[in-house]
Design a protein around this ligand. Structure first.
Ligand SMILES: *Cc1c(COP(=O)(O)O)cnc(C)c1O
Length: 424
């Protein structure tokens, strides 16, 4: 091995210099490995991605874009960003890519910045029905600065009602229409949204944060041909570093680039940009495509087992990596279920279900996702076991220790970071 350009493996140094933080890093690794990680927006990123994140590229100021920087010494980071941009364009068939957004929320802020002025109207999915904070929450910039009107899901089908979307769009004439959600288990009809956007002369933005990894793995249809702009996070199913990205049509490239920098951000996180390039390369592999397909089969198997346990999957099931589960049938709130699962080493989150009678802090449901357990190599047989364990943990709090033992046994057969570069 040659000289290492990154300091991730030099864990001994951190333990000497800052044992307090070093100890936390080890405990967090133990926590993540020691239980079931079912948060739908999380994953285990690869050691190669972590290596890029732990590199000296973190030191480099590179405001601007490749070839047009405000600082000297950018020749090497330019190469990394150009490779990343080319990979993103190739993988997603996109005309333009911007890898600099620090997060999904920053990517969305940039898209708003490129296309709407404060006070203009935006149409997006309502938060209680699965939309994201950046789609119009009153405590977020989106709700504070824009006139946000929202659509939801039908009460009977619990899926998006495209006729309703069209009716609201015709009534409010939004400048920007957003589709994409944080807790919607079904495929979205991007062609229908495109048609509505064209009819009212709106820009169509797809916030693909949750499902872009499934698109990358060719497991579900892509929004790229339909959308003016696609924003997403790189750390969910896509399995890259924590961060954001924007894809758009060539005609919007200049507006998006200016909105990301200098409108919304300063210097890019070049270590994260390089790590995004690494993740994009990984996502181009046949292995990743097999992974993406398995993530969906696992979510369907988990959802089916939970249904068998008397816990109703919202909309009847899932086409993606996540399921939203209505717990009213077993008489347990989402908040209680989250705490009970946590005590059994199963990490998931409470979630509102559409038309939820409970306040959001309590919620009638849970959201479960399979990106992490699938990265660990688990398949449908393990999902059936996990579904049973969730059923027991949720309905019988006294079983927590027994369930935790079974969880420990299961994860020991599918270790996360079997060969970790950190702390071993
Ligand atoms: C996760 C998510 C985001 C925000 O990503 P952050 O990186 O947490 O800022 C935005 N939109 C949707 C739909 C998401 O699921």
């Amino acid at each position: 091995m040659g000289e290492s350009p990154f300091w991730g493996p030099d864990f001994d140094q951190l333990e000497v210099e800052d044992p307090e933080i070093a100890g936390i890093l080890l405990s967090e690794l133990d926590r993540a490995r020691g239980g079931l990680q079912l948060i739908a927006s999380e994953n285990f990123t690869s050691p190669a991605v972590l290596a890029a994140l732990g590199s000296t590229l973190s030191n480099k100021y590179a405001e601007g874009y490749p070839g047009k920087r405000y600082y000297g010494g950018c020749a090497e980071v330019d190469k990394a960003e150009i490779i990343g941009i080319e990979r993103a364009k190739q993988l997603f068939g996109a005309e333009h890519a911007n890898l600099q957004p620090h997060s999904g929320a920053s990517a969305n802020l940039a898209a708003y910045g490129a296309f709407v002025k404060p006070g203009e109207t935006v149409l997006a999915m309502s938060l209680p029905h699965g939309g994201h904070l950046t789609h119009g929450s009153k405590v977020n910039f989106s709700g504070k600065w824009f006139e946000v009107v929202s659509y939801g899901v039908r009460e009977d089908t619990e899926t998006i009602d495209y006729d309703e979307v069209r009716t609201i769009a015709l009534q409010h004439r939004p400048r920007l229409i957003i589709c994409g959600a944080t807790a919607y288990p079904r495929l979205i009809d991007f062609a229908a949204f495109r048609q509505i956007a064209d009819e009212v002369g709106a820009i169509l933005m797809v916030d693909a944060a949750h499902f872009i990894g499934l698109v990358a793995g060719k497991a579900i249809p892509s929004p790229v041909p339909y959308a003016d702009v696609v924003t997403f996070t790189t750390h969910k199913v896509l399995r890259g570093p924590r961060g954001g990205m924007v894809l758009c049509k060539a005609e919007h490239a200049a507006a998006i680039d200016k909105a990301v920098f200098p409108m919304m951000q300063g210097g890019p996180l070049m270590h994260a940009v390089a790590a995004k390039a690494v993740a994009l390369k990984e996502a181009m592999s046949p292995d990743y495509q097999a992974y993406a397909a398995q993530v969906i089969r696992n979510a369907q198997a988990l959802s089916a087992e939970l249904a068998a346990q008397g816990m109703r999957p919202v909309s009847g099931g899932t086409d993606t990596h996540l399921a939203l589960i209505d717990l009213r049938g077993v008489g347990v709130t989402g908040a209680d279920a989250e705490v009970r699962c946590d005590a059994a080493r199963i990490t998931l989150n409470k979630n509102a279900i559409p038309y939820d009678p409970q306040p959001p802090t309590v919620g009638s449901g849970i959201r479960v996702g399979t990106p992490s357990v699938t990265t660990q190599g688990m398949g449908e047989p393990e999902m059936a076991v996990i579904g049973r364990l969730i059923g027991t943990a949720v309905t019988d709090p006294a079983s927590a220790a027994a369930v935790a033992d079974e969880v420990t046994e299961l994860v020991s057969r599918f270790p996360a970071y079997a060969q970790t570069p950190v702390g071993v």
